[in-house]
Design a protein around this ligand. Structure first.
Ligand SMILES: [Zn+2]
Length: 226
């Protein structure tokens, strides 16, 4: 079953990080915990695909290990209405590839990309990426940019958002790299999709995460296999 994300009508705050999310915040509801922001719920690496393109939605859903349905309460209709899906970026890209013969899809893709780029502070992303490369010299080419973009996306976590680039802490970068590894290099998302509790899922993948981290850091002896 897909995770549900609600766009709140009233103000809300995250029960884990305590951040005041304001009105129209995107939250998940967790039993015994209440509202969680998408960062704390570990859903902030997903990208939003608005409802409206059935073929694209179906394909993106199919390719995404973890997906969330985004719902908003309609006062007029007195029911929750589906706004779209949160899916993995690669899943969306793959779905878009499959729909590419359709010119409308291409146009929407350009729009979405422009929209996302507008949200990013480029200087910030660049220095974040440099810092990743510096601390994790063996991280595969191009990953530093991905990690920096995720970390700096406005709607996403506090990891990249709240500090200015000059005072980038090693810790903030480390957290962003760990989050990336967890989602990209381990079965973490499958565990979440299988309704594992976040703490459990993190415990299961923590060894794998540390292995990749050591490898990227270059702290393993040459020839040593993690
Ligand atoms: Zn939170």
């Amino acid at each position: 079953m897909d995770v549900k994300v609600f766009i709140t009508t009233k103000g809300a705050s995250c029960s884990e990080c305590g951040e005041d999310l304001g009105r129209k915040a995107w939250i998940t509801l967790v039993e015994n915990l209440g509202a969680l922001c998408l960062s704390c719920a570990d859903l902030d690496h997903l990208v939003f695909l608005p409802a409206g393109d059935a073929a694209l939605t179906r394909r993106a859903r199919k390719h995404s290990t973890l997906a969330a349905v985004v719902l908003r309460w309609s006062r007029a209709r007195k029911r929750y209405e589906r706004q779209g899906l949160l899916v993995e970026e690669q899943a969306l890209e793959q779905a878009e590839q499959e729909c590419l013969e359709d010119g409308a899809t291409r146009a929407r893709r350009r729009e979405r990309e422009a929209e996302r780029r507008k949200e990013l502070d480029h200087l910030y992303v660049e220095s974040f990426a440099e810092k990743v490369r510096q601390l994790y010299p063996h991280c595969p080419a191009g990953r530093e940019a991905k990690i920096a973009e995720y970390a700096c996306q406005k709607y996403s976590g506090r990891v990249g958002r709240s500090r200015d680039a000059k005072s980038l802490e090693d810790d903030a970068v480390r957290l962003a790299v760990i989050a990336h590894i967890r989602h990209q290099e381990t079965e973490y998302d499958s565990l979440l999709a299988a309704s594992f509790d976040r703490a459990e899922a993190r415990a299961i993948v923590s060894e794998a995460v540390n292995g990749v981290l050591d490898e990227w850091e270059g702290s393993l002896e040459p020839g040593q296999v993690s």
